[in-house]
Design a protein around this ligand. Structure first.
Ligand code: C2E
Ligand code: MG
Ligand code: MG
Length: 715
């Protein structure tokens, strides 16, 4: 349906202007025509009046003298008046006196009611009633009737003119309106066109032209201001977006390069991992499988042998007198020799066999799926034979032999560890029996001291391979809050068994005599270490070294100590030697002599683990003791155990009365510390402050004087 709202504002304005103009013109025309009609009626009325006056004047005499013919003559001039339709003269009694009716018309003349002067306009004629006076006396009446032709013609003419003028005006109004409405619509259209351009093209730089001061001008100004604002926001937004895009591009580039790097490092990591994997499982010198890979293979071969119920054998090889070659001709020759031997070993076994190097001059051969023990013996013999030919290294003709221990699955063990251990034991037996031999493991070899033997074997290797270490546990002066000394404690880190307690291996070392070289090594190492700390500035520090009875009873022990002191360049007064009561008591007389000599040199003697051995006050008095160390077994229950409190108090009282220094070991908590502090003990050792630690860590503690469990230890 046609809707006014849907038509354009231009058309609306044009319609508005034309409508208003039309209404105005119409009203004006109506007023004009009305006024003209009134004027015309007045003119008609005047004319009829004048005509009546003439008739009255000319007919007065006729009326006075009752001459109707004269009156009739007077009316005869009306023949020339086209518009007069009828006329009549009446005497004072309203009796018709003379009359005139236009020829051709059939009209009735009024016969009464002539008294009132009047003019009556009818639709197509006009009637005039008037009176005739002579010298003030009413002598008659006149009636005139005229047609409306003239008025109608004039009206038609005026209507025609008005119609033409109206049409012309409307045309002009339309043309002018169409032009004038542009004053309003043009800015609006410009505004809307720009708004559309902005909304569709997102072009905020365009502006609406027109700066009038009217509402439209204000609207345009406001619109342009709004566009300024939007444009500046848009610019900001665009800049922001550009910056964002730049950053995204940059980040993408960075990510790409990071990705590339990652890819590269992944490849590198993979190749490193592969290399590491290889190195983790192979011996660097010979390229043979190492202990780890060998263990894996043994485990899987044993599983296979178990399922298939077959035999497998392990050959433990140790080259005879290799150390001599290595020491005399140098490591380069030794390494070359090991490489040649590795090749020879590999050549004389089957493909499915594994030749592994365990380290040093030790090799192991895994023989899976053998039909019986004799096979292992045959291969061992073959190995011995393949080493018969001399090996030339760096111009040297070297003759090398090997001792082989053989263990057979499942007779000599059902797991890798046992088989290796038994092969190792039998290899030592082969050495004992004159070397260059292969010996089967027998149960007798194990009898009695199997663990001892293995431990001894291992310890011997540990000494050769420098697997022993010294750790140091600080002794703290709790009054001064500082480390005043350290106790050197042996540590053995076995490559597969981990840390072995000195409580386990010291007895073995003592039984096997290994304690002599080990003890010397401890003295030398501890003294040299102390000297290093002195050189670093910790000149007040002392070191305590534990002694075993074998060392103490060995002739010339004092010389060993003196030599160690001399080599380290150490003042003897900065050293302590710790002996347990049992050590001292084993040969009390010689112990007293040796300890006396040591004391004379300036060394302090400490009675270790006091209270756990043959505690005899008599002996204690005889021994040249400077320090008593309360054993940790009395400390652990303090202060809760009244027995231990009493024993500790007794030992402290005894030491004080004999004027001996006191060290409490094994202090693990603050309650124990407070107890001994109250008892007047100065020097304390225990986990509360620190466990035994490597020298490097102790140096850090000395430097920081930060002993865990204490506060404000100052250097
Ligand atoms: P020891 O001489 O009585 O050494 C003190 C032992 O107590 C050390 O054990 C030490 O680690 C431990 N200890 C220290 N503080 C605490 C504590 O707060 N709580 C507890 N539960 N234990 C603590 P380690 O190092 O195992 O040494 C054990 C023994 O082995 C030593 O007893 C000593 O008799 C002997 N030993 C250690 N090194 C040597 C050495 O070089 N030569 C000789 N002949 N014997 C040594
Ligand atoms: Mg000790
Ligand atoms: Mg002790």
């Amino acid at each position: 349906m046609w809707n006014l709202r849907d038509i354009s504002i231009r058309t609306k304005l044009t319609i508005l202007i034309v409508s208003i103009s039309s209404v105005s013109l119409l009203l004006a025309s109506i007023a004009f025509i009305t006024s003209d009609r009134i004027n015309t009626q007045q003119t008609v009325s005047d004319n009829l009046g004048t005509m009546a006056d003439i008739i009255a004047a000319n007919s007065s005499a006729a009326l006075l003298f009752s001459d109707p013919v004269a009156a009739q003559e007077t009316l005869s001039f009306l023949n020339s008046q086209q518009h007069i339709q009828a006329a009549a003269i009446y005497d004072s009694d309203e009796k018709e006196f003379a009359h005139y009716i236009q020829p051709g018309l059939n009209l009735d003349l009024p016969a009464s009611d002539l008294q009132n002067e009047n003019i009556l306009f009818w639709s197509d004629y006009v009637e005039l009633y008037t009176r005739i006076f002579y010298e003030g006396d009413l002598i008659g009446f006149i009636y005139l009737r005229s047609d409306m032709e003239a008025i109608h013609d004039r009206l038609v003419m005026f209507l025609g003119i008005v119609a033409i003028v109206l049409l012309a005006s409307l045309l002009v109004t339309f043309v002018l309106g169409a032009q004038l409405q542009r004053i309003i619509t043009d800015p609006l259209l410009r505004l809307s066109a720009i708004a559309r351009q902005v909304s569709t093209g997102k072009n905020y730089s365009v502006r609406v032209i027109g700066e009038g001061k009217d509402e439209l001008g204000n609207l345009i100004t406001d619109f342009n201001t709004m566009l300024d604002e939007i444009q500046s926001r848009d610019n900001e937004l665009r800049e922001h977006r550009l910056r964002l895009e730049e950053r995204v591009t940059q980040r993408t580039r960075e990510l790409e390069s990071a990705n590339a790097l990652l890819e590269l490092s992944k490849e590198q990591a993979e190749s490193v991992a592969n290399r590491m994997e290889y190195h983790a499982h192979h011996d660097a010198l010979t390229g043979l499988p190492n202990r780890i890979l060998l263990n894996d293979r043994i485990t899987s071969e044993l599983a296979h042998a178990r399922r298939q119920q077959t035999n497998a054998a392990l050959l433990f090889l140790d080259l005879d007198r290799f150390k001599i070659i290595n020491d005399s001709l140098g490591h380069a020759v030794g390494d070359q020799l090991l490489r040649v031997i590795s090749r020879r070993l590999n050549n004389c076994v089957r493909e499915e066999d594994t030749v592994a190097r365990l380290g040093g001059d030790e090799f192991m051969v895994l023989l899976p799926r053998i039909s019986g023990s004799a096979d292992a013996g045959r291969i061992a013999k073959k190995i011995i034979e393949c080493l018969v030919d001399p090996i030339s290294c760096n111009g040297h003709e070297l003759h090398i032999t090997t001792s082989i221990g053989i263990s057979i699955f499942p007779y000599d063990g059902t797991d890798a560890e046992t088989l290796i251990k038994h092969a190792d034991i039998s290899m030592y037996r082969a050495k004992e029996l004159g070397r260059n031999k292969a010996i089967y493991y027998t149960a007798e070899m194990n009898a009695g001291s199997r663990k001892q033997l293995a431990m001894e074997t291992n310890l011997r290797k540990a000494v050769e391979r420098n697997q022993l270490r010294l750790f140091y546990q600080p002794k703290v002066d709790i009054n001064r809050n500082m480390i005043v000394g350290v106790e050197a404690l042996l540590r053995w880190k076995h490559p597969t068994m981990g840390f072995i307690s000195p409580l386990d291996f010291i007895p073995v070392a003592e039984d096997s005599g290994l304690i002599i070289p080990i003890g010397e090594w401890v003295l030398n190492t501890a003294f040299r270490q102390l000297k290093q700390w002195h050189n670093t500035g910790f000149t007040g520090l002392t070191v305590a070294v534990n002694l075993s009875s074998a060392q103490l009873s060995r002739p010339g022990f004092e010389d060993v100590v003196a030599q160690a002191l001399g080599e380290a360049g150490l003042d003897a007064r900065m050293t302590e030697l710790e002996v347990t009561e049992n050590v001292a008591m084993e040969n009390i007389d010689s112990a007293i002599t040796v300890l006396d000599r040591l004391k004379c040199m300036g060394i302090s003697i400490a009675m270790d683990d006091f209270g756990t051995g043959y505690s005899s006050l008599n002996y204690l008095r005889r021994l040249p003791i400077d320090i008593v160390k309360i054993d940790k077994s009395f400390v652990s229950e303090i202060p809760d155990s009244t027995d231990d409190v009493t024993i500790a108090q007794a030992i402290i009282a005894m030491a004080q009365s004999l004027k001996l220094s006191l060290v409490v070991e094994g202090v693990e908590n603050v309650r124990q510390l407070n107890f001994f502090r109250q008892q007047g003990v100065n020097i304390v050792q225990g986990y509360l402050f620190s466990k035994p630690v490597p020298a490097s860590e102790l140096l850090r503690m000395l430097e920081a004087q930060n002993v865990p469990g204490t506060v404000n230890l100052v250097k």
